[in-house]
Structures are given as C-alpha cells and as structure tokens.
Design a protein around this ligand. Structure first.
Ligand code: ATP
Ligand code: MG
Length: 207
C-alpha cells in the first residue's frame, strides 16, 4: 500500500495574508514533513460580506497568490470558496477526505483557534477528520499552551500536534487598522502584497 500524501490546510480569511500565516505554513511543512500546504481562504461569511474595511474575495485571493508565488510546496486552493455562505471546517475536512482518499489532512491553526475550538460547529467531527496542528499565539505562556493542548486531546481523543514557531504578534485585524489609519504595513506582509493593498486602496475605511 502506498503511503498517503500529507497535506497541510491553512484555513482562514486572510484579510490580508501576512507573515504569521506564511511562517506558520512553512514551519508546518518542515516540522511535520508535509508534501504540500494549501492556503484555503474561506468564503466571506454573510455577516462580513461587503463590510467597510474588508477586502473582496477576489482581492484576498489575489494577495494569497502574490504571497505564496515561488514557493513550490505552497498552493492556493479555492475549495472552500465553492459554496455560497458560511463554510464549516468539519464539512470541508470530511469532503476533502471523501474526495481525496489518497491524502491525509493536517489542519493548521493558531492557538486562538484552539481556544475557540469548542464553539466551532461539530468540533468532534473536525478532530476525527484531520490531524490538528497548533502554533502558539498572542503571548500565551508555554504552560497554558501545553495545558490547553492536553485538555483538547482528552476531550476529543484527537491528534492535536504542537508546532514550534516564533510567537509572531501579527493579526490581519491590526494590519487593517494600520492601513486604515494611513500607516504602512511594510515588513508585515510580503512586498507584492503591500503594493497590491496600495494599488487597490484596500482597507481605507476613511475614504
Ligand atoms: P483576523 O485578525 O482578521 O482574525 P488573523 O490574523 O487572525 O486575522 P486569520 O485569517 O483569522 O488571520 O487566521 C487564519 C489562521 O492563522 C488561524 O488559525 C489563526 O489562528 C492563524 N494565525 C494567524 N496569524 C497568526 C500568527 N501571527 N501566529 C500564529 N497563528 C496565526
Ligand atoms: Mg483570526
């Protein structure tokens, strides 16, 4: 029997994609010996659509393209944008499993997502459908992070894996606020993304 391909899934809104997302994907690729990492933007949930200060789906997708260009083991996947409306992670992972039986999936997330995990739709089905790969975030202490991982393992009997990454205190929300107030986000996003944000006047809420 041939070994299954190990596919990392980086899900998120990527509004905009930033270095935290890219380093997370790269570390998961390296530390878990993945074959590929797919950046999979979620369709905008209805309550976020066309909100001022938010980028359109096409812009978020285009910024991901620019950010991952030239990395042979990163790819963009629009799989999660196929459906209209809110995308559910359990449904996404179950669909991926049934459509790609030659792959196993590693769902990559920051610790903030693990904190919220219980409130996601059908968390048990998520834990059944994929390995969950978690990186620290928001200055969470090492002890709290370990305790949270252990708690989730006991709750769901799933494979919750710890990823070691630098604690990069970067969030898309903060970047949107910076741009909105006229500040630069240079070094927080790759240069082509910076140019794209400028050229398309994204996140300029005051306009
Ligand atoms: P927003 O501020 O709009 O929520 P975000 O920066 O949290 O944006 P998302 O698109 O919500 O980015 O995140 C996608 C995934 O990447 C989530 O699992 C999130 O925890 C993780 N992530 C984002 N930024 C970081 C970071 N700096 N360090 C670790 N994980 C991160
Ligand atoms: Mg977030």
């Amino acid at each position: 029997m041939t070994e299954k391909k190990k596919i990392g899934i980086m899900g998120g809104t990527f509004d905009p994609i930033h270095l935290g997302h890219l380093i997370l994907g790269e570390e998961a690729y390296r530390q878990l010996d993945l074959d590929q990492v797919l950046y999979m933007p979620a369709g905008n949930p209805p309550h976020k659509r066309n909100r001022t200060g938010r980028a359109a789906d096409e812009d978020r997708v285009q910024m991901i393209r620019l950010a991952i260009a030239g990395n042979p083991h990163f790819a963009l996947s629009l799989f999660d944008m196929r459906e209209e409306g809110y995308s559910y992670t359990y449904r996404l992972l179950e669909t991926l499993n049934s459509e790609y039986s030659d792959c196993e999936f590693y769902f990559i997330m920051g610790a903030d997502s693990l904190v919220d995990f219980d409130t996601w739709m059908n968390p048990q089905r998520i834990a059944n459908a994929a390995h969950l790969v978690v990186a620290t975030r928001n200055q969470m202490s090492n002890d709290s992070f370990e305790a949270l991982l252990q708690k989730r393992r006991e709750q769901y009997h799933g494979d919750f894996l710890r990823l070691d990454t630098p604690n990069l205190d970067i969030s898309s929300q903060h970047l949107r606020e910076l741009v909105g107030s006229g500040a630069s986000v240079k070094y927080y996003v790759p240069d082509p993304v910076l140019d794209y944000i400028r050229e398309h006047s994204l996140y300029r809420i005051s306009e």
